[in-house]
Ligand binder design. Structure first.
Ligand code: ATP
Length: 319
């Protein structure tokens, strides 16, 4: 194998650039040629492909987003799209690929492996919703961004004795809400993986007010409902001086944390090692602090499990 390609696909995540850098530099270190593919599978099909060198990925490790851009390209689910992508791979002499993205992107990567082009997937998504990895690239940064926002909201919540409902990203997975909720000292955390009862939350809020806690933060994952909707339901049970804040895409941006940069660097280099061993159709992860790889097919049958002990912990630590 002489030439590999890299692309990012699906939602962007902080740390993707660190992963791109690691793949490129490790591959160059091993004597391979490296090609960057812009705009995910859309750019692959369009032939938006360029040769990378050591400098292409310089001064990028600290930047959020993805220097290779990203795109949603549903046409790649059809064989016609895949064959057009393969034509481009042949044209550029690219023999194997690293795909950085979420589970949708892994489907695209697996299709390429089935067509004879080994592809390795790296988990690049803030949602932390990929099975067989404890953490995804971008998750730690997004949690830290939410915690910073909660700290700021707490200042104003305390000054006016208010309750803030903070809506964070996470359609199917509540990990961002869960981790940021614990780190931000939330009174309650509402996630798709755990049932909740608005009246019980109101009762807890009232009790905590009676015990002297005059302000509160409730963290809500967007997949459950919208913050203003939840605040309206909660206000039916009492006057809690509610305010709703939606953090939205702010949580996706920003310079990656050291933890995300290190993990992305480890995973990127490991992906190149796997390709050099002639392996494809694998998803890289980190479990119990060790790099692992699992067949992508296994991931599609599995479901990421949220760390629900954190939910109970948050309940025990708030009053
Ligand atoms: P995120 O978790 O951030 O949404 P994702 O990788 O799951 O990331 P998707 O939009 O689901 O994001 O997928 C990204 C791209 O992967 C799609 O736009 C498409 O190009 C490709 N893709 C998704 N599903 C398939 C599939 N079944 N077969 C081939 N390619 C696919």
């Amino acid at each position: 194998m002489k030439r590999i390609g890299i692309l990012t696909s699906g939602g962007d995540a902080p740390g993707m650039n660190a992963a791109i850098r690691a793949v490129a530099r490790k591959a160059l270190h091993e004597g391979l040629e490296v090609y960057g593919i812009n705009y995910g599978f859309a750019g692959l099909v369009a032939g938006d492909i360029f040769k990378m060198d050591l400098h292409t990925v310089g001064d990028k490790i600290q930047r959020g987003g993805t220097m290779l851009y990203s795109a949603r390209y549903p046409e790649f689910a059809k064989e016609e799209g895949q064959l057009r992508g393969i034509e481009q791979l042949n044209k550029f002499g690219i023999e194997a690929l690293v795909v950085i993205g979420g589970d949708g992107s892994y489907h695209g990567a697996l299709r390429l492996t089935e067509h004879g082009y080994n592809a390795i997937g790296l988990p690049g998504t803030i949602d932390n919703d990929i099975p067989y990895t404890d953490f995804t690239i971008g998750f730690d940064t997004s949690v830290n961004t939410v915690v910073e926002a909660i700290d700021r909201l707490r200042d104003t919540a305390a000054s006016h004795e208010r309750t803030f409902v903070v809506e964070v990203m996470g359609r199917g997975a509540g990990d961002i809400a869960l981790w940021a909720g614990v780190a931000g000292g939330a009174q309650d955390i509402i996630i798709p993986e755990h049932e909740f009862n608005v009246k019980a939350i109101a009762d807890r809020l009232r009790r905590s007010r009676e015990l002297g806690q005059k302000h509160a933060i409730i963290v809500l994952a967007e997949g459950v409902m919208h913050a203003d909707e939840f605040a309206k339901e909660l206000s039916a049970y009492g006057d809690f001086q509610l305010r709703a804040t939606v953090l939205g895409h702010v949580v996706r941006g920003g310079s990656p944390t050291a933890r995300d940069r290190v993990m992305a660097s480890q995973m990127g280099a490991y992906a190149v090692e796997l390709l050099l061993q002639g392996k494809g159709g694998l998803a890289v992860g980190i479990q119990n602090n060790k790099l692992v790889s699992h067949p992508m097919l296994d991931l599609f049958d599995a479901k990421h499990q949220a760390e629900l002990s954190l939910y109970d912990l948050a309940q025990d630590l708030s009053f």
